[in-house]
Design a protein around this ligand. Structure first.
Ligand code: PLP
Length: 371
């Protein structure tokens, strides 16, 4: 038995009959940049998230960067970012010219801890950038109340949380702006890079199309200095096909998470994700992350048994050379730092079979049984 971490080929085989004609249609129309499939995708995705607008861009990192620019955030500003996230969240803040100020996470969900926000606040704080990590919505009620109290904007990093819902609102619809990645391995993935920004805000909706397209609204009239960050029509055509399956895939991922939880519930050494097993879509399980003190030994043992796992993420942002200049010392974010040594992402994708889950769980049990 082999259990890959993700299996993009299995998904393609299941969708080939829909994808090939969708891609061919774009090539026959020749509308490769800002074409019909892009418009179709933008309206379908806005409808799913429940926002008035959606704009396709070139990646999740660009979605974050352009969303920050559209919100008027730049040099001299500070943005509160969880210490435990993919580094792209912080890089986008830096790219906008602002400073990422890190905030530790909760030990149960690994999401931004609202209780740590006050300590990170300064005169220069302009925005909060919560990440819905691993596919689980952050505590938006508490983060929203904090932002309201201090007059801060909220920009969401929903790059791992396509279609996840909390209190009746989808991730990407809580803040002034929501951002998504369609990197191939994400829950909704293109066949290359891609991203999107969602918003209800009319002013941002004026600016984003210019920011992604050389600052022009009408060709050759440049109202601002924008860049080139568009979502390819070909990628949009692929995403249109996949979007129809997203909810089914999310439910499949959730069912796999429930299954893992049942199978591993009696293994004392394994810390399981905290989620409501009776509420599908309250967590879309981009990743199924367990926590074990003997993580590196378990990872090696599973690899030997052909169960591929990952670590998301092994080195916290504040300990990366790229961010040495932020001046955080080791120990600055104890929850994040401890997690980095203990977390392990188990195989998770919609097409995972019951037998594969059972084998992965048995392998984990075998590791602890051998002591
Ligand atoms: C993937 C990801 C990004 C970056 O998206 P890209 O499309 O790879 O640029 C940003 N934030 C988080 C949390 C992500 O998982």
């Amino acid at each position: 038995m082999q259990v890959p971490f993700v299996d993009l080929k299995a998904q393609y085989r299941a969708l080939e009959g829909e994808i090939v004609p969708a891609v061919t249609a774009v090539m026959e129309r020749g509308d490769f940049i800002m074409g019909r499939a892009l418009e179709e995708f933008e309206s379908a995705f806005a409808e799913l998230i429940g926002t008035r607008y959606c704009f396709g861009v070139a990646s999740g990192t660009d979605a974050l960067h352009l969303a920050l620019c559209a919100a008027g955030i730049g040099a001299g500003d500070e943005v509160l970012v969880p210490a435990n996230t993919y580094i792209a969240t912080a890089l986008a803040v830096s790219e906008a010219g602002a400073r990422p100020v890190l905030v530790d996470v909760r030990p149960d969900t690994f999401n931004m801890d609202p209780e740590q926000l006050d300590g990170a606040l300064s005169e220069r704080t302009r925005a909060v950038l919560p990440v819905h990590l691993y596919g689980q919505p952050a505590d938006m009620a508490a983060i929203g109340a904090f932002a309201e109290r201090h007059g801060l904007q909220i920009i969401e990093d929903a790059c791992q949380a396509h279609a996840a819902v909390r209190d009746g609102t989808r991730c990407g619809a809580f803040g002034r702006l929501g951002t998504f990645s369609f990197y191939p391995g994400k829950n909704l993935g293109a066949y290359g890079d891609g991203g999107a920004i969602t918003t209800d805000d009319a002013e941002a909706a004026e600016r984003i199309p210019m920011l992604r397209n050389y600052g022009q609204k009408v060709k050759y009239e440049h109202l601002m200095r924008g860049g080139n960050s568009r979502l390819d029509t070909l990628q949009a055509a692929i995403l249109n096909v996949k979007l129809k399956h997203l909810e089914d895939w999310s439910r499949a991922r959730f069912a796999h998470a429930v299954r893992y939880t049942e199978l591993l519930g009696d293994v004392d050494e394994v810390g399981l994700p905290a989620f409501d097993a009776s509420a599908p879509l309250s967590h879309v399980f981009h990743l199924f992350v367990i926590r074990v003190p003997q993580r590196d030994a378990l990872l090696a043992f599973l690899k030997e048994r052909d169960v591929s796992c990952g670590i998301h993420y092994p080195i916290p942002i504040h300990l990366q050379p790229a961010y040495a200049d932020l001046g955080y010392a080791p120990g600055a974010f104890p929850v994040t730092e401890q997690a980095a040594g203990e977390i392990l992402s188990l195989p998770m994708f919609a097409e995972l079979t019951d037998a594969q889950i059972a084998y992965a769980a048995e392998s984990i049990k075998a590791f602890f049984a051998k002591g």
